[in-house]
Design a protein around this ligand. Structure first.
Ligand SMILES: *Cc1c(COP(=O)(O)O)cnc(C)c1O
Length: 386
């Protein structure tokens, strides 16, 4: 092919006039940091999640995961079980608190944490489990809750990919976990540039997260940002963090949240079109959600089979040469030098994760993708593999 065509990246955010108007409104108001927009975004997020949920806005999902683990009392000597097939943020927050992540393998079909591996990893030091809803497909939460109840473990869901997704027809974020954390990083299903949200039904966890996200200043003092009453008085009750969300970020989040169901439908349509176009190729295609459940389709991850005749790296290079950006989700944690060396992992320790990683390619999937864009991606994949 000779015609020059624009590069199709693997993800681009969908920012419209609503977002621009809301941010401009904040800029004109002069209120830039945590204030009325953040409060409104939290209220709308909580009601999106459902009856009885509280939402605490933070400046990243990483911060949210850290606060949630702190709030449930994770500390030195504790173990927290999670999947090796995730982003390093899921596990690094456990280390922040002096505890140890215990990595386990995935179910090769769903690419989500394997409940049987979780059971096998439980020790007297185990305090919590962090399931990650990989690519937006919810984990088998019924199985994970059963394990948690039986062994008295806490659950913090890493829902960075899962807005919106359901498990057992119930929205992720409204389940019985201690807390669920969403990410609004620029590539996620909705964005505030950088940002995150903690959702919980437990008022003690909600209060602790609110206090710790802003220097350990008691909640009343946090209110001083959102009331017009003059208030110089506050109390520091713990050495907290600086994890609050700005009103500029919340201004992006308010219209993004309102569009999130429409975004999900568009992503599901794109995914279905890929499924159909690739059904005859030497690929493992993403697992469909159980009947009646919603997949957030944050990512569309294909896995090259051994008989594909090309390896993952050369496939991505060929796609790049055709003007298409792909990515890899994820390089399993146990392959990275820090985790590998600290816990003496070998690649084969988690065979399903290692095998998935060897063939995994995330294809472009974003709501602004046009039919022509997707045709180009499909043609490129077929050109390489068919
Ligand atoms: C993106 C991501 C995070 C971190 O989100 P930030 O908002 O960037 O901190 C955590 N876990 C998973 C699985 C992610 O993909």
């Amino acid at each position: 092919m000779t015609e020059p065509y624009p590069f199709i990246p693997f993800a681009i955010p969908d920012i419209g006039e609503d977002e621009i108007a809301e941010v401009t409104d904040s800029l004109r108001s002069g209120w830039l940091t945590t204030g009325p927009k953040t409060r409104r975004f939290e209220e709308e997020f909580a009601s999106f999640m459902g009856e009885g949920c509280e939402a605490i806005a933070v400046n990243s999902a990483t911060a949210g995961l850290h606060l949630a683990l702190e709030a449930i009392g994770i500390g030195p000597g504790d173990e927290v079980i999670t999947t090796t097939y995730t982003f390093t943020a899921t596990a690094e927050v456990i280390r922040y608190l002096g505890a140890d992540p215990v990595l386990v393998d995935i179910d090769p079909k769903s690419m989500n944490i394997d409940p049987e591996c979780v059971v096998a990893a439980i020790t007297p030091r185990t305090k919590a489990i962090i399931p990650v809803h990989f690519a937006g497909l919810a984990c088998d939460m019924a199985a994970i809750f059963a394990i948690a109840r039986k062994h008295g473990l806490k659950i913090i869901e890493d829902a960075a990919h899962a807005l919106p997704a359901t498990s057992g027809s119930q929205l992720v974020g409204s389940l019985e976990s201690d807390a669920t954390v969403f990410s609004f990083y620029a590539t996620k299903t909705m964005t505030t540039g950088e940002g995150g949200m903690i959702v919980t039904r437990n008022p003690d966890i909600a209060n602790r997260c609110r206090v710790m996200r802003l220097h350990g200043i008691s909640h009343d003092a946090f209110d001083r940002y959102t009331t017009t009453r003059p208030s110089w008085q506050y109390e520091v009750v713990a050495p907290g963090f600086k994890y609050n969300m700005t009103d500029l970020a919340a201004s992006l989040g308010i219209p993004q949240l309102r569009k999130s169901d429409a975004f999900q439908r568009k992503r599901a349509e794109l995914a279905a079109r890929y499924d159909e176009a690739f059904s005859d190729l030497p690929l493992i295609l993403p697992l469909q959600p159980p009947e009646g459940d919603i997949h957030a389709w944050h990512l569309y991850v294909i896995r090259l089979m051994d008989e594909a005749g090309t390896d993952r790296n050369s496939f991505i290079q060929q796609m790049y040469e055709k003007g298409i950006g792909c990515s890899v989700h994820f390089i399993p944690l146990h392959i990275h030098p820090y985790w590998r060396d600290r816990y003496e992992f070998k690649p084969e320790d988690f065979p399903h994760s290692f095998q998935a990683y060897r063939g995994a390619v995330s294809l472009p999937l974003f709501t602004k993708m046009t039919e022509d864009d997707q045709e180009r991606v499909i043609a490129a994949v077929r050109d390489i593999l068919a």
